[in-house]
Design a protein around this ligand. Sequence first.
Ligand SMILES: [Zn+2]
Length: 286
Amino acid sequence: MLTTGKVLLAVANERNFAVPAFNISDYAMFNGIVDISEEKNAPLFIGIHPDEVRHIGVDVIAAMTQRAHRSSVPIAIHWDHGATYQEMLTAIRIGFTSVMIDASMQSFEENIALSRKVADTAHAVGLSVEAELGTIGKTDGEAEDGSDAIIYTDPADAVTFVRETGVDSLAVAIGTYHGIYPKTLKPELKLDLLKEIKDRVRIPLVLHGGSGNPDEEIAQSVKLGINKINISSDIKLAYHMKMREVLADEGLREPLSIQPPCIDAMKAVAGQKIDLFEAAGKASLY
Ligand SMILES: [Zn+2]
């Protein structure tokens, strides 16, 4: 069924697992992600970044919410990295059931002011809000957002931020980067920092840039209170690596010949993530 981010995260926070948020900007990929979530009986966020919305067009969102309504698993359609209040209003109007406001590149005070305004409006229509404090890194030009250097989330600031804004979940910077890690950059999470933040704020925490981190660290982060993990690069890489292989056959032309093996490769990676996040089987809790 179609549901809100708030509903998905409340159960995940109580039962100590993480709901995957897979970013897609293609309808066939969307279907593949819903299929694997249904096969795994796992709750799901479909993450769509404003740039991705521009790519697929706003009308596709209605088709996605229809599929979500018919699904055997709970699904929220999530606006990933909204940058302005106006953008968030658009997201709500076109059918998103969960929104993120990311003012993390602004000053602490500006971040609080905008996140509070978004939260007040979203709450008025029954939706929850994710905000971000600290900045997540960015490995290359293909990565969606972030800064070259990580600014780690300060636990005391996190307490103030959550109290002042009323946001429902918080994306924290604990060592992840958006994009794929180059060989020179070793992914490493500050798990002690995560534990301290979670002990103090208690609300669902979100990990962005979850592609490419060692499985053990991700599993630990779930145990320590991460309840939503955004995966974009890893599934898209699997899809397009396979597509490069398939397209070696120059006789192929039809999307229905080319795409299915790529969708299968993407589903295999998504399935591993669902298991790693302890989300498999959890749809029955809703
Ligand atoms: Zn992100």
